[in-house]
Design a protein around this ligand. Sequence first.
Ligand code: ATP
Length: 979
Amino acid sequence: MKKQQPSAEPTPKKLASTSKFAFRPTNGNYTPVKSFPQPNTPRNSNNPAASKKEGKEVRYEWLVDVRDADRNKPGDPEYDPRTLFIPDYAWAKFSPFEKQYWEIKRNLYDTVVFFKKGKFFELFEDDATIGNQEFDLKMTERVNMTMVGVPVTSFDMWASQFIAKGYKVARVDQKETALGKEMREKGSKPGKEEKIIKRELGCILTGGTLVDESMLQDDMATYCAAIKESVEDGKPCFGICFVDTSTGEFSMSEFSDDLELTKFETLIAQIRPRELILEKGLISTPALRILKSNTPLTTIWNKLKPNQEFLEAEAAIREVMSKNYFPSESDDEMDKWPEALRDSKDKELVMSAFGALLCYLQKLQIDQELISIGNFRWYDPIRKATSLVLDGQTLLNLEIFANSYDGGSQGTLFSLLNRCITPFGKRMFKQWLCHPLADAIKINARLDAVDALNADTGFRDAFVSRLSKINDLERLISRIHAGTCKAIDFLRVLEGFEQIRDAMEDIQAHGEGEGLIGMLISSMPDLKQCLQPWEAAFDREKVRTVGVLVPERGVELDFDESQGTVEGIISELHAVLKEYSVKLKCKELKFADIGKEIYLVEVPSKYWKSVPKNWDQMSATQKIKRFYFPETRKLVRSLREAQEIHAQIVEGVAARFFARFDVDYSKWLSAVKIIAYLDCLISLARSSADLGDLSCRPIFVDTKRSVLDFEELRHPTMISSVTDFIPNDIQLGGENPNITLLTGANAAGKSTVLRMTCVGVIMAQIGCYVPCKSARLTPVDRIMSRLGANDNIFAAQSTFFVELAETKKILSEATPRSLVILDELGRGTSSYDGVAVAQAVLHHVATHMGCIGYFATHYHSLASEFSHHPEIEARRMQIHVDEENRNITFLYKLEKGVAEGSFGMHCAAMCGINKRIVDRAEEAAKTFEHTSRLKDSLDSARAGTYIPLGLQSDLAWILRGNGVGDDAMKSIVQAIKCL
Ligand SMILES: Nc1ncnc2c1ncn2[C@@H]1O[C@H](COP(=O)(O)OP(=O)(O)OP(=O)(O)O)[C@@H](O)[C@H]1O
């Protein structure tokens, strides 16, 4: 890309009011907070008179407009929104403080920078505008820069709020106090630059990479995913590495995909990343479309430069080696690597994605603490061998994790069934729902556990109440590993594991030692042994009251010593006080701390005269005067020094505690996973129980033909929202035909039948009860659905193309064990083509594929065409039609037969469309119907395929309408037959 060099010195502008180009996150793009100013627009800041008129002093005129470090403007394909170009002539005019600010901000231009100034964090310029527009923070016009400020103490709260809206947040800390600065200046001959307090970037916080428990607003995992795409032998291939930074779990995946990117879409729908790392300009349009429709609106899109920032595999391997993330005794560097990472080293795509993620985490300064945990795993989005495959489209269609109206979780199957108590249980349950089981033995093992837990609800609930006392141990143990855990959280971790230890003892005492639960309990690490050294390691009360890990005496000798020094000086101060109380004969003498001054002695007014001359008066009120004894200053200085040393030792003790705890990391983690598993089983048990009497344990059968038999099935998520939900029997396969051809009026409940059938299967196969009277089925290996009309504007794909692509996927991948759902196939094109496609697909599915499923359609003619097909049975949704008032009563009952029509006119009338318009539409519909039937008949007859039913009556109707007599008609029909 040719870069534009400015031909002449640009017209200067003041940044404060011209560069309102900040980064409001949208899905995949950044848009200006305010409209981007046209370059070289005449401005007041160039006109001192105008500026004076505004009442502002304008000293700085620097930037022409926003450009990145390479001077590309926004909109240029090479533009890098993360950087800002500041020309030299502008730089020269900055004050030292402004230079310090812009030095940091210029490389964080897509990030809201919180700049510490004393007791406040200040946001300048565009960041101030964002603060003002998003949160109504009060803007202040400083001499040169617009500013909003928040107190230092509320940083976490404000940072969380900005992050929730999709912004990245940087915290710039002061590295010295004003006093420190003074001392530094005294010690050196300061130049102009040194007259400001030292500040440094403390951290960058983003929605997809939060590690601190207090900032994480959701129990569910949030993922930051790096994606490498390429094409090999004409097939799209992906390497994806994603991390849940709150637990330090890295997942690696590499696969080649079909042209519809099924696997890719499935993975993205399963993890719904909050942050993406992509190779700039190298991600395909279909992949972008999938990312846009499967990620939250606040997802952050980072586009890194190929080769330089998006590391290639080799560079990634070199980087890991150079950083020594996995220290161990072994000489062979690779031996130290976690297994999944070692297995990936020859896989170029996933290693490259990992490299990009690594590079990003390094920039955020959290690479060391996360990678060194060594929690890596291989991730297969579609586990054909072991689980019921739910591809990305099906997850969306069935509203498993995101609803269709706002993409939120309300009304989804996950929100209904997830009754887990612990955060780590919730995260595991999501994985269960992504991958329901496909093996009847494993499903039955879960169902047995569910029955066992529900047979003894007293015990189950007691266990639940123990779990409710446990914090997010999975996240906290990763904080301990990183050494950034607070003392109180460390205590919570120990208490959490003690709860688990006690809960295990309860279970064993109760005799729950069978089946899956028994297996889980027996694989629990020996927590008694792991916890024993911590029983009296530190004073728990002190942690609760002062938030410090105070080891028991005799455990940490340096701690005892420094504590003794501090206590000794304090006793000395009190001894001096006592001495003077006696001397002055004043019992009321006491110490007080006022601001930074400590151990001031307060003397009531009646003793003022007896105060020795060498006491230093520090302050006074009407009733008391405060002094330093001659000894105080020295003692206070010694105390401060001793306290400083002690504070360092306290930190050291905490670090040693964490390191000691971290030695057993794998045991702690496996205990957490076992509890998560039990929590998921309890969740299934509670959801099953809550479905009440109208639910049953599914029975899995092993028959040659697939079978699905639900008696009086209800849709679990609609039961609460639709009062009087009408249950229906679902019979597919087995003794019944495999495919049900479903017809019915608009809004008669067809889609609901389709959806609840799939949802019933999913519930059964995760090991949950099903909302029906009886459920009998062979395990389904894959649910494939094409529901509704999914236009795709981003990818410029038409409704019909989307339909066809989804249908092709079904035709090529469904097996005799699959459940296939086709809803209104062919509606995206002309009726003729639509019915033709629908007919051909239905024929293929029923005759050649052997799968079970539904084919819902408004093409009623299909029913008569396939009336003799042994694997197709016509069913319809019952309705009651009131012709006179053009009204339909929906009965929502599924029965054998074919619907009499779609009753579109009745629906239109019921929706309140003007009667005259509906009358006219009805007339037109009648004409279309007859004309099209005639045309179909003529076309078919001409093609010699068959003489369709109704040909003669259609012809008769038209010909008679045109005054043709009976004999003439007969000869015309005869003639057509012969064509
Ligand atoms: N079994 C049922 N019991 C009670 N209400 C139902 C039932 N099934 C569907 N409904 C209600 O009917 C509405 C329409 O159902 P649905 O979308 O399944 O109809 P449809 O036949 O697929 O419509 P269309 O052909 O227009 O797409 C649902 O939103 C729900 O409120």
